[in-house]
Structure formats: C-alpha cells, structure tokens
Ligand binder design. Structure first.
Ligand code: ADP
Ligand code: MG
Length: 700
C-alpha cells in the first residue's frame, strides 16, 4: 500500500504519528516554547510507524518537513500561546550516510547525513526570514518572506497587503521583520576516511535558528540536512556550474573517544588473547613501522604514546593530561617524517601536518576574515584542534611561525586553546598527544650545541615534551650494513610483488619471498592494532601500585642525589614517569601499573636523558642542559668567570678585562684555559659579555 503524498494526507499522517509517538515530548516542549523550539525525532520511530513516510522523508525532504511542521501547528498543546516548533530528524539509516567526496547530483534535494570534522565556523548573524518594507509613497508596510540567500524586494506596493499598488521605492524595516540566527560552518572529511595523502574535501553547511552556536571547530559531528546548490559567481556573472551546500536540520555530536573503531565480540576475544601473550610488548613494538629499520627505543616510545597515560582530574579540580608528547630531533634522512606518517595512519583521529603549513589557522586555531565568512569573522581549527583525542603529528616543527610557537604552550599543557578576537571568544580543546619532528637549523645535529638554539624552540616549550630523542646519522659499518640490507630487501620484496601483479607468468611467480615479506610485515595487522589500542583506551585505567610509586620515587631521589651540584630533574619529569608507566600497563590491559611498568618508564626516560640531558663533563643527568643548553657545571664556571671579569674591569683604566689576565685568574680558581675561552665564547654569544676591543671584555 503506497501512502498518498498530497499535502493534506501527509499532514494528517504526520499528525497521527506525532500524537502516537511524541505526545509527552510535545507537551513538554510547548511549556518551554519558544526557548525550546525543536522537536527531535528519531528516524527509526518514523520508520516503525510508517516505513514509506520515512522513505519519503529521505527522498522528498522539502515537502516532508513542510507538511510535518504544518502538522505540528495543528497539535492540541496544553497552552494558549501559539506553538510552531521545528522538526529535526536524526539517526538516519546507513544508506542515507554519504561521504563528503561521494556527494553527487542525485543526492541534491534529498535528506542525507554527512560525517566529519568541523573545520571553520563563522560568527552567528541575524538573517531576515520575513522582511518588512515601507512604501515610499503611501507609508504602508508590506511583508515578503525571504526564501533566497539574496534579499527579495517588493516589485510594487501590494494592494492585497493594504498598499497603494504603485511601483516606488521601499525602505527595509528591521524592527518589523522576522529575524532568525544563522551561521555558516565548514565540515571536513575525517582523516580516517582518507586514502594516503589525499586532501580532505569540505562541505559548506548553513545552520539556522536554535541549532546555531552548537558546534566549535574540531568537533566530530554528523550533520543531517538537505543537500542544495548555490549559484557561483565569477565577478558579476553567474556560472552554470553550481556548488553544493547543505541546509542543516540537525547536528549529532560524536564525542566519545575512538568510537569510530567498532569492536565486536570476536574482536574482543582476540584482543584479550593477544594481551595475555608473554611477548606482547615485542609484538606491539615490532608492529610499528616495520619497514623502518632499528629505532627500537623510539618505536617503544611511540607505542607508549599510542596507548597514552590516563587523563585525570585531581581532587582539587585541576586536570592533568594523560597524553605523552614526543619530539624527534635529528639529522635529515633518518626516517623522522616516515615515522610520523606511519603513526598518523595507524592512530585513529590523528592529523599529519607540517610546521611550515601556510593555513591561517596555524597549528592551533585562529580567527580570520576570509572568503568563506563573506565579511564575517571565521574561527578556524588548526592541526592540534582537529586531532583532539588523537595524535597530532607535526613535521618540521623548527619551521613553525612564532605565533604557533607561543600558542603551543597552552595547547600542550592545558590542552585547550583560547581565541579572543573581534566577536569571537572561544576555547577549543586540544586533548591530543603531540608527535613532533624537527630538523636542526644547520642541517646536522650538533651534540655540543644547546638543542633549543638548533631547532628554534624555546626551552620552556621543549620541557613540555615527555620524551625527546636525538637521532644522529653517523657512519657505523655494522649498523649501516644491516640498515642497507633491510632497505634493499624491502625494495626487493616490493619489486617482486609488483611484477607478480603485472605479469603473473613471470619466473618470479614461483619464487619464495616469504622471508623478505615477513621482515617488513607488522606482527599485528594495522586494523587489529587500532582495535587493540581503542579497546585499551576505552576499558583500561590502571592504578599505580605502592611498589611502583616507591620505585619511581627512589629513582627520582637517587638521581637528584647522584648529581649533587646540578639540578637534575623537576617534577615535570616525574609526571612523565607516571604517564609512561600507565601506558605500559595499558599495553597489556593490566588494571594496575606495577613494578615492571615503573621499570619500563625509568628505562626509557633514562635512555632519553642519556642522549640529550647529560652533562658531558660530569656524566650526571641535568635537565638544565635541555632547558637552557648550559649544564649546571658550565653555569657555575660562567659565574666565576663573570666575577673575575667584573673585578678586573673595575681595576682597569678603560673598564675592560684582558683575555690573558682572565685566563690567569681563572687558572688560580681551578679552571683551565680551554674551558675559560669556551665559556667566554658562550657568554659573548648569549650577549652577557661584550668584546670592546680585540681580547678586551667588559660585562654587560
Ligand atoms: P627525515 O624526515 O628524517 O629527513 P625521511 O623520513 O624523509 O627522513 O627519510 C628519508 C628516507 O630514508 C625514507 O625513504 C626512509 O624510508 C629512508 N630511511 C631512513 N632511515 C631508515 C631506516 N632506519 N629504515 C628504513 N628506511 C630508512
Ligand atoms: Mg623530514
């Protein structure tokens, strides 16, 4: 039995649907009308009531919504005031869910659901729904309902509205017009749906009335609406090629972490089985970028980052991040970019971006005025906001702009960025782990130069990273041979695969290449890996055991004690231990972070400190080396030398101290000549010392 689709019968159908399914909601709505003015209906309720009406809604939404809203006006409400609610239908069936890049002409004028990330939003602005015009001759007021995006003006002073019938000039009267709020947003395809390296496609969406102001950039949403076209102009000419836009009826937020990864009961069984394997750590680490040779510790760090620690709210209300930030600094060609790309494909909700990206939003977010806003301010999300609840992989961080550099502090630690500009005052979430890579300014990493000078990042920003790895590319015959063999063999495996595909009859068809392939295949396939991580993130919240706390505490105290004259460690590094231990426990889905996890955390932090945080003279760990580039013993020496210079300069006639005098005096203090000259060079570079004339110095 096909339903009748005349206006009147549709209205009747809707009316009886509302009365049968949504009576309580409508009664409630009428009492808080007009503050609340939308009835939210589940698609499947309509489907249950009358499947053909549900289908009609998808194929002819304009007529369906018009008749439904007419029906809503006829309902008997328990109030005297007029109630004219909007209808908003959500939870559309899968066949109405269309990927942004798959939208075609056949979808025009139908009701569809599009999923993605909010990239930009404009300010909310009032829009004329019914415009009132005053006649310049007789003063009568005529009203015109505004269906188009451009203003429709009266052609004459309409007699049926009490006017004089003449064609004259009109004045727009906003107080007598009906205005509704409107907002334009841009939806961008989620990175998960993208095939390697493709640029995400975007869709312009119009929101009206009570659904404006509901989304912020970075939100993951499903927007249900009618796909329409918009005239494109080139100068004053209209083009025949139209652009697609969506007129939104409802917005569904998808906030739960990792909910795009579906885990069924069989998956769960497999995940639990995996977690009980004694070599689960090796399995996980060897599943990260298997085509990249070596870097076992760096890959282990990436594993901790993928699982992450536990974000928590302290009893005093402060929030502490669980995300582990990692930075790779090093020589060109050591596969930094390759690792970042691999992680961005492996981890759900992750974004790969370059620090030098020219997007106005930069790495965090910005308010801009662009074409999209048509004169309005636009709030646009950058990589860290788009990667909320995922991993932001930022390559070439050394090339980022100074605005980004300063915005990152807040984004990394508070995991929020605030934008206040023009009418926009927003705070956007950046609850993501940051995986950064940086190339040293001078091309190669110089182990004896402070890191922050080499990669153009201030020490305060560097201290936000839980782990920093320096990757140097030094010739080492044994390692080079293994690396070369790995790369060459993986190319060979690829070559064999190609020829088999293109020429199945070739002699390579029968060759046994399983050993070659095995070396570069992950132990756990990427799909299963993602499920494992998502499962751990959703279900595993480890608590530290007393022994683990004790182990970390002892290590911390011992380390500070071992290097007495330096300040080796701050509480910030202590938090890194906690996060890594939590991640380590999550990797085997354990309810507690125990001794073994504490040991893993200590081991990896120690590895990192040994590489970048060690005072090369005393062998003691020294966080000052990372923070300021000068170890504590160097600082000590500089102080002593500065004192000598001050004294000599004061005693001299021209207010300067001579090099020979300085080194002689310093030698009495137990500092040899080389070290003195080195320290003087350093201080000159830092601007704490001036060379007035050759070899004559004065303090600044
Ligand atoms: P970076 O970003 O550090 O400058 P890339 O990621 O662009 O370096 O790497 C350069 C090339 O060298 C890539 O094709 C990468 O696969 C290869 N490569 C470098 N180191 C390794 C390694 N350890 N194992 C496998 N391939 C490597
Ligand atoms: Mg690179």
């Amino acid at each position: 039995m096909a339903i009748s689709t005349t206006i009147e019968s549709l209205i009747e159908l809707w009316e009886s649907f509302f009365k049968n399914y949504y009576k309580t909601e409508l009664d409630g709505l009428s009492l808080s009308y007009p503050e609340k003015r939308s009835l939210i209906v589940d698609y499947w309720d309509v489907d249950q009531y009358e499947p053909e009406l549900a289908e009609f809604l998808l194929s002819s939404p304009n007529k369906a919504f018009y008749t439904a809203e007419e029906a809503l006006k006829r309902i008997d409400y328990p109030t005297d005031k007029p109630v004219h609610p909007h209808l908003r239908v959500k939870n559309l069936p899968d066949h109405a869910k269309i990927g942004i890049r798959n939208l075609r002409s056949i979808h025009l004028a139908s009701y569809v659901a599009c999923e993605g990330l909010i990239k930009k939003i404009t300010e909310v602005r009032p829009k004329l729904q019914t415009a009132a015009f005053q006649c310049g001759r007789c003063g009568a007021i005529v009203k015109i309902s505004q269906e188009e995006r451009t203003l429709t003006e009266p052609v004459e002073c309409y007699e049926d509205q009490g006017g004089c019938g003449r064609q004259t000039t009109f004045k727009l009267l906003t107080p007598s017009s009906i205005l509704i709020d409107s907002q334009k947003v841009e939806l961008q395809e989620s990175p998960e749906g993208l095939r390697g390296g493709a640029q995400p496609e975007r869709l312009t969406i119009y929101l009206e009335d009570d659904i404006v102001g509901e989304v912020v950039p970075g939100d993951r949403v499903k927007i249900n609406g009618i796909l329409m076209t918009e005239i494109r102009r080139s100068g004053s000419m209209k083009l025949t090629e139209l652009s697609k836009v969506m007129f939104a009826y409802s917005v569904e937020q998808q906030q739960q972490a990792f909910d795009e990864v579906v885990i069924n009961p069989e998956d769960e069984e497999e995940i639990l089985r995996l977690s009980r394997q004694p070599d689960i750590y090796d399995k996980i680490v060897s599943s990260i970028a298997p085509s990249i040779y070596g870097m076992a510790t760096e890959k282990e760090a990436l594993a901790y980052q993928l699982f992450g620690g536990v974000a928590k709210e302290m009893p005093d209300g402060t929030r502490v991040r669980g995300d582990i930030h990692i930075l790779f600094v090093g020589d060109p060609g050591v596969a930094k970019s390759q690792l970042l790309r691999y992680v961005s494909r492996l981890a759900p909700r992750s974004i790969y971006a370059s620090g030098r990206s020219s997007s106005a939003a930069g790495l965090t977010a910005a308010a801009v005025k662009d074409e999209f806003g048509e004169g309005r301010w636009v709030l646009e999300a950058g990589a860290l906001v788009l990667a909320d609840q995922g991993i932001a992989c930022i390559d070439e961080m050394d090339k980022m702009s100074s605005q980004d550099r300063s915005a990152l502090h807040e984004a990394m630690e508070q995991q929020e960025v605030t934008v206040t500009k023009a009418g926009i005052n927003a705070s956007l979430k950046t609850r993501c782990a940051l995986l950064g890579a940086a190339n040293p300014k001078l091309g190669r990493f110089d182990e004896f130069m402070p890191m922050h000078e080499q990669i153009n990042m201030p020490p305060a920003l560097l201290s936000r990273f839980d782990l920093i790895f320096s990757l140097t590319d030094k010739p080492d015959p044994k390692f080079d041979k293994m690396l070369a063999s790995h790369i060459l063999n993986s190319h060979r495996a690829g070559q064999i695969k190609e020829i088999r595909k293109k020429n199945p009859g070739s002699e390579y068809a029968s060759i046994d290449d399983s050993a070659l392939v095995k070396a570069i295949s992950p132990e756990i396939a990427p799909e299963a890996f993602r499920k494992y991580v998502a499962y751990a993130k959703r279900n595993c919240f480890p608590v530290m055991t007393e022994e683990a706390i004790e182990a970390i505490m002892n290590y911390y105290v011992d380390l500070r004690n071992r290097s007495k004259d330096s300040i080796p460690f701050t509480a910030r590094q202590l938090e890194a231990f906690v996060r890594i231990a939590e991640a380590s426990a999550k990797m085997r889905l354990a309810p507690a972070a125990d001794m073994s996890d504490a040991r893993r955390a200590i081991k990896i932090v120690e590895y990192y400190l040994q590489k970048v945080g060690m005072d090369r003279e005393t062998g003691a760990f020294d966080i000052d080396v990372i923070a300021t580039g000068i170890s504590h013993s160097q600082q000590d020496r500089m102080q002593k030398i500065t004192a000598i210079i001050k004294r000599l300069a004061k005693e001299s006639e021209d207010g300067t101290a001579q090099m020979d005098d300085i080194t002689r005096e310093a030698e009495i203090d137990g500092i040899n000549r080389d070290k003195t000259e080195d320290a003087i060079q350093q201080m000159r570079k830092r601007g704490t010392l001036m060379e007035k004339r050759t070899n004559r110095f004065s303090p600044v």
